[in-house]
Ligand binder design. Structure first.
Ligand SMILES: O=C(O)CCC(=O)C(=O)O
Length: 260
């Protein structure tokens, strides 16, 4: 279990991320990989053109479109397992809620390059982004299913605004491109069994290469206004909740939905 949570909370607070090496056992990773690969194969068939042309991720993994209920329950139980909940509660000390899941893989086109961004830049203009990084943050928990090059992060940018280089590259201003290297980037290689927890709103990029297939679980604090990002179909229904050992993460989301 996580026995250094105070230290990890400090690291997250200061840098915007923490890594726990060898957190999941080989059987835990293997069971998760089996379920995720079922989703991935069906998703690829169904999105063949998008996959061939430009995709580097999918989402809504816990939804009903590709996985049978039994596999969805297994996935829900992994996401709200004791290990995952301890990691979630290390950074969200109030009431954490489940938002979504994403699966990151290599683009088919080998010339497609990894790119810097803050997740909030797709929903907010520059002033909005400045506000968001101070007010609220979505947390990603990345679970690599195979060894991978990992992520490149700019430590501390969950709390601070971009310097000039970072801004121009990330926003593709002044002739810069979001795939250029940043002098402030820090590469975090990941192995199957590791867990990376990071702020979605810090400056980051996924590093393409090797056999990457990583499950990202997105969570938020119920005090923040993210309920509109939750897809109902990705939540467990009443019958499924009965089979989830610790359903708090989902119940917090469901409670927010019904309050809205
Ligand atoms: O791994 C990637 O390709 C990008 C990851 C990312 O942007 C994220 O997890 O928010």
């Amino acid at each position: 279990m996580l026995n250094n949570r105070i230290q990890l909370n400090r690291e997250y607070d200061e840098n915007g991320y923490f890594v726990v090496r060898n957190y999941f056992s080989a059987p835990e990773v293997s069971s998760l990989r089996t379920v995720i690969l079922k989703f991935h194969e069906l998703w690829k068939q169904d999105n063949a053109e998008f996959y061939q042309q430009e995709a580097f991720n999918s989402s809504l993994i816990t939804g009903s479109q590709y996985l049978a209920n039994e596999d969805r329950i297994a996935l829900f139980n992994f996401i709200s397992s004791k290990k995952m909940m301890e990691a979630v509660q290390t950074v969200i000390t109030n009431k954490p809620a489940f938002m979504n899941t994403q699966l990151f893989f290599n683009p088919v086109n080998p010339t497609q390059k990894d790119f810097w961004h803050r997740d909030c830049q797709y929903d907010y203009d520059v002033e909005g982004q400045k506000r968001i990084i101070h007010d609220t943050q979505v947390v990603h928990l990345r679970v690599p299913l195979f060894d991978e090059l990992g992520m490149e992060l700019v430590p501390g940018t969950h709390k601070r605004w971009d310097n000039e280089e970072e801004f121009n590259v990330r926003q593709e201003e002044k002739g810069r491109d979001s795939t250029e290297d940043l002098s402030t980037g820090k590469k975090i290689p990941l192995a199957a069994g590791d867990l990376l927890v990071f702020s979605a709103d810090m400056i980051h990029r996924g590093l393409y290469g090797m056999d990457r297939l990583a499950l990202d679980v997105l969570v938020f604090d119920v005090a923040d206004d993210y309920i509109d990002y939750v897809d109902d179909d990705c939540l467990p229904d009443v019958a499924m909740l009965e089979h989830i050992n610790d359903p708090r993460l989902y119940k917090n989301t469901i409670e927010l939905k019904s309050a809205g």
